[in-house]
Write a protein that binds this ligand. Structure first.
Ligand code: C5P
Length: 219
C-alpha cells in the first residue's frame, strides 16, 4: 500500500556494512547485504519522503529518487550522518556498523613475517545513540539483531539509546536476516509493540514505514 503519508518529510537512513581498515589492502567487515535498508529507503521514498541513504559498500541499485551518500568505515558513516541530520525528521539506523576498529592502521601492507598477529581494537562511535541524544533529535528508529531474548534485549536497547522505536529480528533463524531476501520483525516502542510476520524484505519495509509514519505523526 503506497500512500503520501510522508510527503515533505525528510528521512535519513543508514544501510549496509562498514569496512574497518587494517592496512592499505585489508579490512574487517560483516555479512550485511544492505537489502533491508535499501528496501526501507524505497518504501519511504514511495510514501513521499525526501530520502537520504548513507550506505556502506553494497552491490545494490539506488532506489529511484533517493539521495545516496557512499561511505566505507563507521567513522565515515558517523561523519556523513552528522552532516545530514540537522534538517532530518526521521532517522532510521539500519546499517550493520562495526562495533570496533583497529587502533593502528598501517600505512604499508602488513608482511607475514611472524607466526602470530595481534590486532588491538577500539570502540566505534554509536551513530544511532549519538543521533538520538541530539538536542533536536529526529524521530529515531533503530534495529537490533539478536539470537536470544529478542524482546528483552530490544526493550533494553530502546531505553539505553533513547530511541522512539526499535525493530528487532531473530538472526538465529536461518530463513531470515542478513543476506536473505526475507525477514520478520518485532517492533517495540514506549508502551507498545507490533509483530510483522515473515515476508519479503520489500514487503516488510512497506509495513515498517507504515508503522513508523503512524507513530511519527502521533508523536
Ligand atoms: O547495540 P547494537 O549494535 O545492537 O545496536 C544496533 C543498532 O544500532 C542498529 O540500528 C545499528 O544501525 C545502530 N548502530 C550504530 N552505530 C554503531 C553500532 C550500532 O548506529 N556503532
Amino acid at each position: 500500500k503506497i500512500e503520501d503519508g510522508l510527503a515533505g518529510v525528510n528521512v535519513l537512513i543508514t544501510a549496509g556494512p562498514t569496512r574497518e581498515a587494517i592496512d592499505p589492502v585489508r579490512f574487517l567487515s560483516n555479512h550485511s547485504s544492505g537489502k533491508m535498508g535499501y528496501a526501507i529507503a524505497k518504501a519511504a521514498s514511495q510514501a513521499g519522503a525526501n530520502v537520504t541513504l548513507v550506505s556502506g559498500p553494497v552491490s545494490l541499485q539506488t532506489p529511484t529518487d533517493v539521495n545516496r551518500v557512499d561511505v566505507s568505515s563507521a567513522s565515515d558513516m558517523h561523519k556523513a550522518v552528522m552532516s545530514h541530520v540537522s534538517d532530518c525528521d526521521i532517522f532510521i539506523g539500519c546499517a550493520a556498523v562495526a562495533d570496533y576498529r583497529p587502533v593502528n592502521v598501517g600505512e604499508q601492507k602488513i608482511k607475514k613475517d611472524n607466526n602470530e598477529l595481534t590486532l588491538t581494537f577500539t570502540k566505534n562511535p554509536d551513530i544511532l545513540a549519538d543521533v538520538a541524544k541530539l538536542d533536536h533529535a529526529p524521530f529515531t528508529v533503530g534495529f537490533a539483531a539478536e539470537t536470544q531474548n529478542v524482546r528483552d534485549y530490544a526493550l533494553k536497547k530502546l531505553k539505553a539509546k533513547r530511541l522512539n522505536m526499535i525493530a528487532a529480528n531473530d538472526v538465529s533463524n536461518k530463513d531470515i536476516g542478513f543476506d536473505s531476501d526475507k525477514n520478520a520483525l518485532s517492533v517495540f516502542w514506549n508502551n507498545g509493540e507490533e509483530h510483522l510476520a515473515i515476508a519479503d524484505k520489500e514487503q516488510l519495509a512497506f509495513s515498517l514505514i507504515e508503522l513508523i509514519t503512524k507513530k511519527y505523526k502521533s508523536n
